[in-house]
Write a protein that binds this ligand. Structure first.
Ligand code: COA
Length: 259
């Protein structure tokens, strides 16, 4: 494995981003954010891969921001670091192609927040998820107070935020913030299988489903329904939609061309 703290590779239709500081439980430092940003942009704009999987090398996904980096920085530098992390998260949440976070071991603080910016979280039952910043005298700065309550509710999030309580992957699945691994042995293989299933589908509806899920969440129901219908009509006019409908009627598998 490369000495870089994040590694990029592609296999067929899938791009893999691997957090690669296993000796530090993949703690996130400025170089990690720089590479995470660079790779997601490569995946979004230059690559023919259709889906990405973000996972961690070693025993954990990521145990949060690199606390050693905090020792000597000022509040202004801390704010800049938070902003950098947020910009990178936005590149994931706004990436036109879907990104799946595969969690095992610890997914804490900024690690969990990075996963929350992805379209899917696939988690192993024994994984440990949490926002332990309060124990350091800090607050989460990457959406922990915002994205998490939208998924699991305010009170469950408040307990995690104010007591540093960790939850298991099994609990995260039960609360609807993640998918379990099903019959797969681990989160990476479950996420890869999910990516393969997504890659088989027509490209445009997959991408527009992502847009609808993200933009609809903050819009009024009427506006979101209008957007859904407009996008539905655009998709209906594509060659892939013709092919999908014809294939159903002809009782064969569709051959989507991404057009
Ligand atoms: N930042 C920097 N280094 C970290 C880290 C972090 N967030 N989390 C773990 N590490 C490092 C440890 O310092 C240790 O390095 P060392 O071997 O050079 O001493 C190594 O990763 C292994 O961690 P260790 O604490 O020995 O493993 P553990 O299994 O006993 O405990 C955790 C695991 C996750 C419970 C513990 O490491 C922890 O609480 N980490 C901090 C989590 C956190 O507060 N995250 C939010 C940050 S804002």
């Amino acid at each position: 494995m490369s000495a870089e703290p994040v590694v990029y590779r592609e296999q067929g239709d899938i791009a893999f981003f691997t957090l690669n500081r296993p000796e530090k439980l993949n703690a996130l430092n400025p170089r990690v954010f720089e590479l995470l940003g660079e790779f997601v942009q490569r995946f979004a704009t230059e690559s023919s891969a259709k889906v990405a999987v973000l996972h961690g090398n070693g025993t954990s996904f990521a145990a949060g921001a690199d606390i050693e980096h905090y020792v000597d920085i000022s509040a202004v530098q801390y704010l800049e670091f938070m902003r950098t992390g947020n910009r990178v998260q936005s590149l994931y949440s706004e990436c036109p192609k879907p990104v799946i976070a595969a969690l095992h071991g610890y997914a804490l603080g900024g690690g969990l927040e990075l996963a929350l910016a992805c379209d899917f979280i696939v988690v192993e039952a024994e994984a440990q998820l949490g926002l332990p910043e309060v124990r350091l005298g800090l607050l989460p700065g990457g959406g922990g107070t915002q994205r998490l309550p939208r998924l699991i509710g305010t009170m469950r999030t408040a307990e995690m935020l104010m007591t540093a309580k960790r939850i298991t992957g099994a609990q995260a699945v039960e609360w609807g913030m993640a998918l379990g691994v099903g019959e797969h042995p681990d989160a990476l293989s479950a996420a890869t299988a999910l990516a393969e299933r997504i890659a088989l589908q027509a490209t445009l509806p997959v991408r527009l489903a992502k847009v609808l899920l993200r933009s609809g969440a903050d819009a009024s129901l009427d506006a979101a329904m209008d957007l859904e219908q407009s996008m539905g009509a655009v998709v209906f006019a594509t060659e892939d939609a013709r092919e999908g409908i014809r294939a159903f009627v002809e009782k064969r598998r569709p051959e989507f061309k991404g057009a």
